[in-house]
Design a protein around this ligand. Structure first.
Ligand code: MLT
Length: 321
């Protein structure tokens, strides 16, 4: 781990969105994450990079994999990790996000990981607190560590990202995962497609540097990577799809639809999956699926991000020392 200091200094104090990252920032995080994968595969997983540092996870939305992934990442780096359970905190008594954040800030954490239902919540917090902030998902806006872990999974499986054709399929409209992935994959030179019924495409998608398709057959044709999205029913006000059955028939990934992609196309899903809604079980558990690898890469990417943000070469105010 000591040789990790040889990586260039990451030029940001917070990770709020992929939109703030240059291609070299992204490559730097992916390179660091590759090392973190090796550490996680050792029997002795604990390192001391963040020993003495305090990490607080503040999750206002339900999460299994993202929260546990940040927790494990912090622990593997030797940090003291605290999970704020919003359901049993003063938030239930009506405390505002900023008041909660200021209270936690007064306890002098080094890094705050936040998930919130409102777009912009992480950026707002970053202006108020004295520590680093990581956006673990803000509404339908961004989920930068998800896009990074997806990129790491693809890069490790294919050796590159540039010029691969990636089809992002399903509920693009409500998905922060789609948004962060579009930004990141474009930054690294992939050819990005989105595939969805027109009701599940956000306004202005054509300006995001993607090709837009409304059938799986056309959208998946020759794709190297097929990335499925969860139907985000909790964010839908009204009916965006006629019925779940109908949705699966036209947009759910099954063996027949997958035939349109390359024979060895990778199948991805950020989880949690709705089996039989956006993806058939035989595909989710099949030989082309890298869904479990994505989970493994999640811990590594979060280790890389936290280490990069809390680089000891930076002073506590976040400036290069
Ligand atoms: C998210 O938090 O956005 C998840 O990782 C993906 C999902 O909820 O569908």
């Amino acid at each position: 781990m000591t040789e990790r200091a040889a990586f260039p200094l990451f030029p940001h104090r917070h990770l709020l969105g992929v939109k703030d990252l240059s291609p070299s920032d992204i490559e730097l995080l992916l390179d660091r994450a590759d090392e973190a994968v090796a550490i996680s595969r050792q029997s002795e997983k604990k390192t001391s990079t963040l020993r003495g540092r305090t990490q607080i996870n503040l999750f206002y939305e339900a999460s299994t994999r993202t929260q546990s992934s940040f927790e494990l990442a912090g622990k593997r780096l030797g940090a003291d990790v605290m999970n704020m359970s919003v359901s049993s905190s003063s938030v239930k008594k009506g405390e505002t996000l900023i008041d909660t954040a200021m209270t936690l800030n007064a306890m002098r954490p080094d890094i705050l990981i936040i998930r919130h239902a409102s777009a912009g919540a992480a950026a707002l917090l970053a202006q108020k607190v004295g520590c680093s902030v990581v956006n673990a998902g803000d509404g339908a806006h961004e989920h930068p560590t998800q896009a990074l872990l997806d990129a790491l999974t693809i890069r490790r499986a294919r050796g590159k990202i540039a010029r691969l054709t990636v089809a992002i399929c399903g509920d693009v409209r409500h998905s922060r995962v789609a948004r962060s992935n579009i930004l990141l994959l474009n930054a690294l030179g992939a050819r990005v497609r989105v595939v969805a019924p027109s009701t599940l495409l956000p306004a202005g998608i054509g300006e995001m540097g993607v090709e837009v398709f409304t059938t799986m057959k056309e959208g998946l044709a020759g794709a190297d990577v097929v990335m499925m999205l969860r139907l985000q029913r909790e964010r839908m006000e009204g009916a965006f799809v006629p019925s779940v059955r109908e949705y699966f028939r036209y947009f759910g990934l099954d063996a027949e639809k997958l035939k349109a992609a390359k024979d060895d196309a990778l199948v991805m899903h950020p989880g949690p999956m709705n089996r039989g809604v956006e993806i058939a079980s035989e595909i989710a558990d099949g030989p082309q699926s890298v869904i479990q690898e994505q989970v493994e890469m999640g811990v590594a990417v979060r280790m890389a991000v936290m280490e990069a943000l809390l680089d000891p070469r930076r002073n506590p105010e976040g400036q290069a020392a």
